[in-house]
Ligand binder design. Structure first.
Ligand code: 2HA
Ligand code: ZN
Length: 270
């Protein structure tokens, strides 16, 4: 059996959450990440027969029965993951229709998966139906996106259009736009279900006055998705109170669609 600390998925998640922390998106225990793993890759590093603990999830997810996830722990600080990956991360396998998570590695100090596990697992299930290659769900608290939810309309079309107008690349990176949930109590099945519903039509879901969820095929792509939206929000926050002399017009957006071979969300451009 190979050393799990050398597994590409462990190395990569450590780099990613460290980078998220360094961007200021994950103060204290803010943020959580989950990565769907293939059984074969887990078996290179772990005896999958050896269950350390069985944890109750508080929800069901029958479509993800038997699936393996590498996930950050509840109450854990992203800044510390690099120094103690085995306490701050865990690998679990869903059983019992998703009602139970069998711990196979990690959470060595008696911990458990993120309090936002319902939103993660329900979002994985929703995205996999649309994109079988989806592997990552990522949540964090990017400063400018959060700030924007205080001063901008939460209408999804308006919110998306504003972000698209802030940098040329936005419509290319997230042509599906950004969906938005109003403020809701976090850590609950209700916000998990609402997030998953929003994930059916976009890979980015803003939680007003809280943060953002992103989904994608790997950690880099998902990080880049959030990074691009956050960059756009930063520009918005810088110019929101100033008179605008220029913008990116819908006509120019159509040129970007054509040139980069993307289709903007239906009805979002005139
Ligand atoms: O885990 O970000 O939404 C800390 C959070 C909860
Ligand atoms: Zn949060």
């Amino acid at each position: 059996m190979r050393d799990i600390l050398t597994a590409p998925f462990v190395v990569e998640i450590i780099r990613t959450v460290t980078n998220m922390y360094n961007h200021g998106w994950d103060e204290r225990n803010g943020g959580n990440v989950s990565l769907l793993l293939e059984e074969a890759e887990v078996k290179e590093y772990l005896n999958t027969e050896k269950v350390l603990r069985s944890l109750s999830t508080g929800f069901s997810a029958p479509e993800l029965e038997g699936k393996y996830f590498l996930v950050t722990g509840t109450g854990k600080y992203f800044k510390n993951v690099q120094y103690a990956p085995d306490a701050n991360l865990g690998i679990v396998r869903l059983t019992d229709g998703g009602k139970t998570a069998e711990l196979l590695w990690g959470f060595t100090d008696g911990g458990r998966f993120t309090s936002e596990f319902p939103a993660h697992i329900m979002s994985h299930a929703a995205r996999l139906k649309i994109d079988p290659g989806n592997r990552v769900v990522m949540h964090c608290h990017p400063t400018n996106l959060l700030a924007m939810t205080y001063i901008h309309s939460l209408d999804e079309r308006e919110f998306t259009r504003t972000l698209w107008q802030m940098c040329t690349e936005c419509i290319v990176v997230f042509p599906d736009g950004v969906n938005v949930l109003p403020w809701m109590l976090c850590g609950t099945n209700e916000i998990g279900e609402a997030t998953a519903e929003k994930m059916k039509t976009a890979r980015l879901v803003v939680w007003a006055q809280h943060g953002i969820y992103g989904a994608g095929k790997d950690l880099d792509e998902t990080f880049g998705l959030i990074e691009t939206a956050e960059k756009a929000a930063e520009i918005y926050v810088k110019i929101a109170g100033l008179p605008w002399e220029n913008t990116i017009t819908d006509e120019q957006m159509h040129q970007l669609e054509k040139h980069f071979g993307v289709r903007a969300r239906e009805g979002y451009l005139s």
